[in-house]
Design a protein around this ligand. Structure first.
Ligand SMILES: [Fe+2]
Length: 237
C-alpha cells in the first residue's frame, strides 16, 4: 500500500506539514435490524430473570455488575439456544469485519459469549481479551446519555507502569489527536455491535448512571487459522 499526500484521511498542519495515519486500529460498527433487535432484547431480558444460579456471576464488589454464562466452560449460545439467530448474525458481522480490513475468512467460531448487566455506579477496569482474535459488544439495552460508553486505551502511550524506556512530553491543551489521546471513547447506540481485535485494551471508567445497561460480549476465532500456505490450525467449538 502506498500513502499519498492528498489522501482524505491525512491531517494538515498550519505550516503545511502533513501527518499520514500509518497502521491505525479498526473498530467495526454493525447494526442489528430493529425488528430482530427487539426480539433479541426480549430474549436476553428473560434470560436475565430466569437463568439458573450456576450461570450467574457477580463482580467482587456486589451486584453493580452481573454476568450470565461468563465462567470458562460456559457460552451463552450453548446455555440458551434460543439466541441462535443472534449467534449467526455475530458470525456474519465478524466475517464482514475481516473482509473490510482486507483479509479472507469463510468461517468463524464464537469461543466465548456472555451477557452483562451493569447497574448504577458500575465501571469496567481497562482489560483485553486473551486467547482470542476478535472481540465485541452488542448493545442490547442502552441509553447513550446515561449508560457508560466504551473507551479504548491507547497502548502506544504510557498507561500504568511502563517498563520500557520512553520519552514523555506535556500534552497540547488545544489539539486532541489519535496520537496524544490515552483514551478514545466510541459513542454507541442500542442495537449496534462493535467488533475489534482482541488485544485492544478497553473498559469504561465513568460510573454507569442508569440501571440495566444490558450488553452481550463475545470472543471469536477464525475456524481455520492459516497463513494460506504452510502453517495452520483449526478451532472446534
Ligand atoms: Fe471486555
Amino acid at each position: 500500500m502506498t500513502y499519498q499526500e492528498n489522501a482524505t484521511s491525512n491531517t494538515y498542519g498550519r505550516s503545511g506539514g502533513i501527518l499520514l495515519p500509518l497502521m491505525p486500529e479498526a473498530v467495526g460498527i454493525f447494526t442489528i435490524p430493529e425488528r430482530k433487535h427487539q426480539a433479541y432484547k426480549k430474549c436476553a431480558e428473560s434470560i436475565f430473570s430466569t437463568a439458573p444460579a450456576n450461570t450467574r456471576r457477580m463482580n467482587e464488589k456486589g451486584n453493580d455488575l452481573e454476568h450470565i454464562s461468563n465462567f470458562n466452560n460456559q457460552n451463552i449460545f450453548n446455555d440458551f439456544p434460543k439466541l441462535k439467530g443472534l449467534k449467526e448474525d455475530l458470525k456474519e458481522f465478524s466475517i464482514q469485519y475481516i473482509d473490510l480490513i482486507g483479509f479472507t475468512c469463510d468461517e468463524v467460531v464464537i469461543t466465548d459469549a456472555w451477557l452483562n448487566r451493569a447497574n448504577i455506579n458500575a465501571i469496567q477496569k481497562p482489560h483485553s481479551h486473551n486467547n482470542s482474535f476478535l472481540s465485541g459488544t452488542y448493545y442490547i439495552n442502552f441509553n447513550p446519555k446515561k449508560h457508560s460508553q466504551i473507551t479504548f486505551y491507547n497502548h502506544k502511550l504510557l498507561i500504568g507502569n511502563n517498563t520500557n524506556p520512553s520519552i514523555s512530553l506535556p500534552r497540547s491543551k488545544n489539539n486532541s489527536t489519535p496520537y496524544n489521546s490515552k483514551e478514545l471513547l466510541v459513542k454507541c447506540k442500542e442495537g449496534q455491535v462493535l467488533i475489534w481485535k482482541s488485544h485492544l485494551i478497553h473498559g469504561y471508567k465513568t460510573p454507569n448512571k442508569l440501571k440495566n445497561r444490558l450488553t452481550l460480549s463475545f470472543n471469536i476465532m477464525p475456524r481455520t487459522c492459516t497463513d494460506g500456505n504452510a502453517y495452520s490450525f483449526t478451532i472446534n467449538e
